[in-house]
Design a protein. Sequence first.
Length: 364
Amino acid sequence: MARSKQQKRKQTTGLVEVKKTIGKTMDGKPIRKSFYGPTKKQALEKADNYLLKVKTFDGLQQIPFTQVAEQWLSAYKEDAVRTITYERSYKAPYQKHILPYFRNANLSDIKQKDIQFFLNNKSNYSYSSLQKMRTVLYGIFEYAIANDYCYKNPVKGTQLARKSTDRAGEKRAYTYQQALKVISLAQNIKNGSDIIILLKTGLRRSELLALRWENIDMEKKIIHIRESVSETGTGLEIHPCKSIKSIRDIPFDDELHAIFSKMQRSGFVIKGQNGKNVNPHNWSYKRYAVANKKIQEAAEMAGMSLPLLNPHEMRHTFGSILYERGVDIVTISKLMGHSSIEITVKLYVHDSLEKKMEAIQKLS
């Protein structure tokens, strides 16, 4: 007769396993947990004690949420991930959003409804920002469970609401003709070259502001993307690209070659008055914004209305125009440095009415 798993486990570990239902998921499915002891009676006692604590929180210390959260951040995350990842994905969501909301709460007082209410209150933020907040909260409570500070993770079962724009995946972009006009006007605008580079290369802002002349091959007309810049608590940090797919080579055309030829080719391509690289936030809201506004005004004087696009939408324009003009998805994905083709399709490629019509016409 075949031995049960419990018998096998007892033979190998000397412990008896008892499984108990300790709760239910949001969709009503039972949550099972294993308890072990030298005898079945002792294993059952452990299970009963655990269930009693879960139900009544007897013997549970009233530990401040912030104490456990900061233990988790310093013990499990600060040295476990890259500095920029820690700052952006863990420390920033905690300090900016989670800490102000749960500052005065004890760990055992925070229930699932409190987490859900917190996430609902943050629904004006992007879906990716909400994901970071939820990930941090989930990690804190998993750490708390592992250290017997609490017995359930109230983050489990909570939901993130997607904005309608998140669901549609819609982003603004110039049409091909608009992009040509912007490039033409930008050549006569101070710092307009910043915008031309974005439109002609599809670089991320962090990649553009970390780009050095030594990574531009003027003879072969290739840009080697190897680094990006990020803001940290201590200033700016230049670091290798986050993923292997972000490390890429982007060819450029004669028009961009002519623009590069007129620039001072030393140090960073985009640099401040001191010759150092530019703070991304300051660049977006000062240098880039001023140049972009002047281009829009020049377009209006020429009888053309243009939307004001942010740097990421300039990058999106690059991918969208390539797609509209028949470049295959694999090539677009590689040029943009996406980690997968799915990201290229979902986030950066517009639905094309013309392409849909062409597809239908092929049926007739």
